[in-house]
Design a protein around this ligand. Structure first.
Ligand code: SAM
Length: 324
């Protein structure tokens, strides 16, 4: 399946819920209102969409949210997704808080790997960023993920001025000490949080300089295939360091990704409000053929890229309502 610019659509991010057990300052307000559960796709509805995507050539699904691990029945849902013909790679992006008890059953159900969001290794800083979180829970979750054989383990950190802009060298050290891949993400602006996100934005170039000043030169890694991160290695490290720079160095030309929101809307670009509803047709009894056609037609219309450079900011949803 290709879009109108010839990009292969190979990757679907599926948001399992808009709810989260943390309240990261750069993601959502503390007093967040969530959608009623009957507006969310059921397990069967999610499975139907993922099956249709697989029939159209999507090979990779990443479960996200909100926080995917707060969805009830998650392990069974993962088992059913992993069993879909053609779905080669089932991954998850999580804050890691509940991984201590979920990592082993998820791995057994067919989850291949996890990206764990962790913005600092300082317990106080962590609590200030996440508002509700305890660093220890995430570290225990990461250990459980490693023991369960989820691999590779990637740690994702969003860099936020005034909160964790000094945390990068400590996080980068995880590539030496633990062999995990660590990726730093530039903060993107969304809806009602955009003012804060723009004022506290830190470019990847600054994060790279801070790491090099403490840990020495970053050596570029030659990568084949699509990776939104530009990757490097510190001398002697087993893990890689990645920089995902949607603001300073957009990678739209290679983007082959679509997102399914928890209430069943196909989002064509993370940073644009264009969406196509799939829940309506699903609940109105659409056939698989009709769903395939609607999915493929939406994918074809994927916008060329975001418009941040021209100050076009998505207004309708914040990150937790899209599925990051
Ligand atoms: N709750 C899960 C987690 O924490 O990984 C999954 C959903 S969360 C929205 C997915 C990722 O988006 C996290 O790594 C989070 O740090 C990141 N994120 C949230 N808001 C962001 C923003 N404004 N810009 C860049 N990344 C953001």
């Amino acid at each position: 399946m290709k879009d109108q610019y010839g990009r292969e659509i190979r990757d679907l991010r599926v948001s399992l819920t808009d709810r989260c057990n943390l309240r990261c300052v750069y993601c959502m307000p503390e007093a967040m209102h969530f959608k009623p559960s009957d507006e969310m796709l059921s397990d069967d509805e999610i499975l139907r969409v993922v099956r249709v995507a697989a029939e159209l050539g999507v090979r990779k699904v990443r479960l996200t949210g909100g926080e995917p691990t707060v969805r009830s029945g998650l392990v069974d849902l993962v088992r059913r997704i992993a069993a879909i013909d053609g779905m080669d790679d089932v991954a998850m992006t999580t804050n890691g808080v509940l991984l201590a008890r979920l990592a082993a059953p998820l791995a057994e159900a067919g989850l291949r790997r996890v990206n764990v969001s962790l913005d600092t290794l300082d317990p106080e800083q962590f609590h200030r960023i996440t508002r509700w979180g305890q660093l220890e829970d995430v570290l225990t979750g990461l250990d459980a993920a490693e023991r369960a054989g989820l691999s590779p383990i990637k740690v994702n950190a969003v860099v936020v001025r005034g909160f964790n802009d000094g945390a990068a060298p400590d996080l980068a050290r995880l590539t030496l000490d633990r062999g995990w891949d660590v990726r730093f993400i530039e903060m993107m602006p969304f809806g009602t949080v955009a003012g804060f996100q723009t004022s506290a934005y830190v470019p990847s170039s600054e994060t790279m300089s801070k790491i090099e000043a403490v840990l020495g030169p970053l050596h570029p890694i030659d990568t084949t295939g699509y990776d939104p991160a530009r990757t490097y290695r510190l001398e002697g490290a087993n893990g890689s360091l990645g920089f995902i720079s949607p603001v300073s160095q957009p990678f739209c030309a290679q983007c082959g990704r679509l997102r399914l929101t928890a209430e069943g809307r196909l989002r064509l670009c993370l940073l644009r409000d264009d969406e196509v509803d799939l829940r309506g047709p699903l609940r109105a009894g659409a056939s698989d053929k009709e769903l395939r056609e609607r999915f493929a037609a939406a994918a074809y219309r994927k916008p060329w890229g975001h418009g941040l450079a021209r100050k076009v900011i998505p207004r309708e949803r914040i990150m937790s309502q899209i599925g990051g």
